[in-house]
Every structure is written in structure tokens, then in C-alpha cells.
Design a binder for this molecule. Structure first.
Ligand SMILES: [Zn+2]
Length: 222
């Protein structure tokens, strides 16, 4: 029997007998935890990171930036604790341990300020373009992945038999681990991004109002 993909608007035939989705939507589900979620690229985050940096440059002495960095460092400490407990023989969640390792890795390789910037930029992206994320869950996965991508320790090497060469390949974090990482980041640093988004929105509204006033004034010239 021929079936088509369950996603509305997708008329691709389903090849696998067990999945309700076509190959493309099934791949999205496997990679992102949602059949309709697309990967958020570095290029999509960059303009928001620029906004974050501009705001920091405008308020270099505001204590918020170091407070957010301190929060991140506390999360790294917590992650180190999770790993130490496990090594001492305490049982714990495997996903949490995996995420803790990622956080320690980031803590060792990446400037805290960059982690803070990218997390806030992702929160701003979500505020300004909510359609980029299918759900909270999908947002956390993308946030976890983008921040993890800041560390360049996620490449492995793979021998390709056909060419006889060793190929560098990116080791992606599973959606289950990415969702936990993203959630921890959002809970720790997300508030910064929410404030910045609110501030930007208020500034745009003020500019628009000023422009309207100017137009009105010009229209009344005699
Ligand atoms: Zn489909």
C-alpha cells in the first residue's frame, strides 16, 4: 500500500513501513527531535549576535555581563560535580552525564563571554522570528547544538575505505542530550536575551513613532 507523509502539505511517499513520515521528515525527526524543524545555521544567529555585541559595547560597565558569565561558570562547576560524583561511583542519569561532559568541554575551550553572547542571540532569534522553532523542545535542541558548536572538539576521524583516506567528521549531539543542554543554557542565561529583545523592540517602536511624527509635521507644512 502506498502512503504519503503525515506532515500536512508533504505529499512524498513513505518508504519505511513503520514511520508515518517521508525520508526527509524522518531525518528531521531523528536529528532535531521534530519532523518539521530545520537546523539553525550560524549565519541565522550572526545578526543577533551582532545586536548583542552592540548592546554590550554600548553598556561596557553594566554588571549584567559579568553576572551572566558567573552564572555560566557556576553551570560548568555543577557539570564538573556531576562527573566527579559519577567517578566516585554514584549512579546518575546518563544523559545528564553526557551533557555535563559537553559543558566541561565548553568551559575548557570557549570564552564564557562567547557562550553568553550566543545563548542571548539564540533567545533573540526566537523572540524576533518565532516561526524558526516548532516548539520549546525544538528550540532547546537548536540552542544546545549551536552553543556546543562553539567548541572545536567535536570532530572525529573516520577512515574511508573507498578512498583510503582519513576524513574529519562532525560528531553531532543526540537530540536527547541537546535538549537538556539547551534547556540548562536557557534557564541559566536566557533571561539576558529576553531583556535585550525587549529593549530592541522598544527602540524600534520609538523610532517608528518619531518617523510618524515627522511625516505628520511635514504633511502640515503650508
Ligand atoms: Zn514528509
Amino acid at each position: 500500500m502506498n502512503r504519503t507523509c503525515r506532515i500536512p502539505g508533504c505529499s512524498t511517499a513513505v518508504a519505511s513501513g513503520f514511520s508515518p513520515y517521508c525520508a526527509g521528515h524522518r531525518a528531521n525527526l531523528r536529528r532535531h527531535g521534530e519532523p518539521e524543524q530545520k537546523a539553525i545555521t550560524k549565519a541565522q544567529v550572526r545578526p543577533y549576535q551582532t545586536l548583542v555585541r552592540a548592546r554590550i559595547a554600548k553598556n561596557p560597565h553594566n554588571p549584567a555581563w559579568t553576572a551572566l558569565e558567573t552564572r555560566w561558570r557556576a553551570l560548568v562547576d555543577h557539570a564538573e560535580h556531576v562527573i566527579a560524583e559519577y567517578e566516585r561511583g554514584r549512579a546518575g542519569s546518563q544523559v545528564e552525564r553526557l551533557v555535563a561532559r559537553e559543558i566541561v568541554k565548553l568551559g575548557n575551550t570557549t570564552e564564557p563571554r562567547i557562550v553568553v553572547e550566543v545563548t542571548m542571540a539564540m533567545v533573540m532569534l526566537r523572540e524576533f522570528r518565532p516561526c524558526c522553532f516548532r516548539s520549546d523542545h525544538a528550540f532547546w535542541v537548536q540552542l544546545g547544538r549551536r552553543v556546543r558548536g562553539l567548541s572545536d572538539l567535536n570532530f572525529g576521524e573516520r577512515y574511508v575505505h573507498a578512498t583510503g583516506k582519513v576524513k574529519r567528521c562532525y560528531r553531532e549531539l543526540s537530540p536527547r542530550a541537546a535538549v537538556v543542554l539547551g534547556r540548562w543554557l536557557a534557564e541559566t542565561l536566557g533571561i539576558g536575551g529576553l531583556y535585550l529583545a525587549r529593549l530592541d523592540r522598544a527602540e524600534h517602536e520609538k523610532q517608528n513613532a518619531e518617523q510618524r511624527d515627522l511625516h505628520k509635521a511635514l504633511a502640515q507644512l503650508s
